[in-house]
Design a binder for this molecule. Structure first.
Ligand code: NAD
Ligand code: GLY
Length: 353
């Protein structure tokens, strides 16, 4: 098992290893005095892992409640959030209790947001069951739900008390979801670690799962420690996301987040190369590894459609978009781009009008 210590407004451990679900009760008991633990899970994950987690929590003396939501992004909204809060209130859950998010980023973001606001804040634990959640969303304390106008438009910064990543749960992940997680892992390599990038080229992620997750979590830990509230360096984690979010929006959220990130990474690296900000070998390495992991690199939408979606992005401020530019593998820079230049960047990224 690997332990990564995160130091932010709250300090906590991220545990990565096999069989952690069975130990979850005692490990969660060690970080909270809660009487009741409420497991929040999606309707695919609950039948797979809900009972195992429940039994472990009961054995550690918790009263266990469960709240199961429909799987997928459609549950990350104010309606589900309101229904979850109502459930907590009806079952007399109080701020001394603990929420346990069992699932991917949707469950983690929603549960974290509920935990940060219910009775002005209660403990929560992340139990990520997707690769994407393991390497990204379960660590760092960004919580959110979507509005009809866009993703993650309501949320908080609120750190979990513990993250338990049981590698066994990733075994049931559909291939497409595994690849989405690989897109985020590749993102880490491009933005901050040529060593990790090389390792990903040499060996598939699934053959070095614990090492890769631990490396990504350590990188995120360092970024969050330096900039928990996303005012500067943390924006590096948005590599591929400005174009990616626009692709997701254009597709009506049928393109998965990781697929969209892969496309965004390809477009921004093409643009960086065309504008003389990185060498051809960097572009070839990025496109090559995305292909190797079966990830898409073409948006399939017009420049105008993507530009419009990017203009609606919440990351725009003061008439500027902060674009993350790969300069070489393992090193990226934040470049403020005036909104009127977004079209030029997309054209450089290979987008047709
Ligand atoms: P997800 O939570 O929708 O999970 C993907 C699918 O996999 C779902 O259908 C789920 O039921 C299924 N699943 C989950 N674990 C499984 C398992 N072990 N076996 C079988 N099926 C399983 O998607 P995701 O990719 O994990 O997360 C995407 C969400 O995370 C988006 O809403 C995104 O905005 C958010 N996100 C948040 C952060 C953050 O910092 N908070 C970072 C990145 C992404
Ligand atoms: N996933 C982006 C962040 O945590 O900042």
């Amino acid at each position: 098992m690997t332990v990564v210590q995160v130091q932010a407004s709250r300090s906590y451990e991220v545990l990565i290893g096999e069989g952690l679900l069975k130990e979850a009760g005692e490990r969660i008991r060690a970080v909270t005095r809660a009487g009741t633990a409420v497991i929040v899970a999606g309707d695919i994950v609950w039948p797979l892992y809900g009972q195992r987690l429940s039994r472990s929590l009961e054995a550690a003396g918790f009263r266990v409640l469960s709240y199961v939501i429909p799987h997928g992004e459609r549950s990350k909204n104010l309606e589900t959030y309101g229904a979850l809060l109502a459930f907590l209130a009806e079952h007399r859950v109080n701020r001394g209790d603990v929420l346990v998010a069992l699932g991917g980023g949707v469950t983690g973001d929603l549960t974290g947001f509920a935990a940060s606001t219910y009775q002005r804040g209660m403990d929560f634990v992340q139990v990520p069951t997707t690769l994407l959640a393991a390497v990204d969303s379960s660590v760092g304390g960004k919580t959110a739900v979507d509005l009809p106008t866009g993703k993650n438009q309501v949320g908080t910064f609120y750190q979990p008390s513990l993250v338990l990543c049981d590698l066994e749960t990733l075994g049931t992940l559909p291939e497409e979801e595994y690849r989405c997680g690989c897109a985020e892992v590749i993102k880490y390599g491009v933005l901050g670690s040529a060593k990790l990038f090389n390792e990903l080229e040499l060996l598939p992620v699934r053959e070095q799962l614990e090492h890769v997750i631990a490396e990504c979590v350590r990188m995120k830990r360092d970024i969050v420690a330096a900039d928990e509230f996303d005012r500067g360096r943390r924006q590096l984690l948005n590599l591929g996301h400005s174009v990616g979010h626009a692709v997701e929006a254009c597709s009506g959220y049928t393109v998965l987040h990781g697929q969209a990130v892969a496309i965004g990474l390809a477009v921004v690296t093409r643009a960086a190369y065309e504008r003389g900000l990185c060498f051809r070998n960097t572009l070839e390495a990025v496109l090559g590894i995305l292909k190797k992991y079966g990830l898409p690199t073409e948006p399939g939408y017009s420049r105008a459609a993507l530009e419009e979606a990017m203009l609606a992005d919440k990351k725009l401020s003061g008439g500027q978009l902060r674009l993350i530019i790969p300069r070489e593998i393992g090193h990226c820079e934040i470049l403020p781009v005036p909104v009127e230049d977004i079209g030029v960047w997309l054209a450089a990224g290979g987008l047709q009008a």
